[in-house]
Write a protein of this length. Sequence first.
Length: 307
Amino acid sequence: MAARILTDDRGLARGVQYFDRKTGAEREVLARVVVVGASCVDSTRLLLNSKSERFPSGIGNGSDVIGRYLCEQIRINVKGWLPVLYDTPTRNDRGIGGEHIYLPRFNHRPGRTRDYLRGFGMQFWNTGSNADGPAPGAHGLPGFGASLKREIKRRHPAWFEVHPFGEALPYAHNRITVDESRTDRYGVPLARIDYSIGDNERKMAEHMNDFVEELVHEAGGELVDYRRGELDKPGSAIHEHGTCRMGDDPKRSALNRFNQMHEVKNVFVVDGSAFPNASEKNPTLTILALSWRATDYLADRLRAGDL
Ligand SMILES: Cc1cc2nc3c(=O)[nH]c(=O)nc-3n(C[C@H](O)[C@H](O)[C@H](O)COP(=O)(O)OP(=O)(O)OC[C@H]3O[C@@H](n4cnc5c(N)ncnc54)[C@H](O)[C@@H]3O)c2cc1C
């Protein structure tokens, strides 16, 4: 487990301090370039724990942006039945995950108005392709024994789940820090997360509810366990971004457009922490694209003898 990036007296990275997970032994590996890709939260923890005289608040963090601007998308979780699909044939859906249905963001289209910034897309899970079998909606059905089984089978193709994912704006106070008083088994400080949503996200969530209610109503659906206004817990979207953001201005960003640290040119950070904002989309393909661009640039710089 990598614990810290080590620096030399020129302020460049010289390698990584890590702990052997089997023996617990502390080791160092020396490197010409360090590429960090431990995912948003863990990369941030690693960078903030990489303190030295030159970098007292974490490597490359003279701007104090590392750890700040955490953007985790907001989400609601809506489910129910589409009676129009009762008694339709049960398909063999084993192996198919429901999240393959995606409704892209639409609120920016002409004729749409909104009282908040940015937007949301929607994922449909367990909808028409329920990989979990008939279980999700079955618990609330009346009956017992054979009659309950018949009812479950009749309704199985009719279950839907709608999950709008919305962009959360980057706020400086939404922040990952490291907590010196709480450490892991190697003595390395753990991450602490402070996160809350603002008015923009609350207004967007209202619109999510309005839209889902309209959609389900138009489709003749029935909502199950629906609680308007109830957002999923922070962290549920599992799409974290923003805590080591890229930008042209070294005072307001930690990385340049090639994921290279402004202050430490032989450190690159290639995960969601590099995003300046979250968008409402699934992040992984963008993480991959940016990593690809960063490593092409890194190879060029190495060939040019700049690193
Ligand atoms: C259940 C689930 C479903 C998801 N579904 C989607 C989806 O449908 N679409 C989508 O785009 N995204 C999805 N995501 C998000 C997606 O998984 C992440 O965006 C993606 O994995 C990020 O890639 P990464 O390389 O930055 O980090 P990761 O894939 O998390 O890889 C980081 C690696 O670093 C290692 N690591 C961490 N800390 C250290 C350390 N200190 N030392 C050494 N190694 C370390 C970890 O063990 C891990 O192997 C989902 C996430 C989850 C959890």
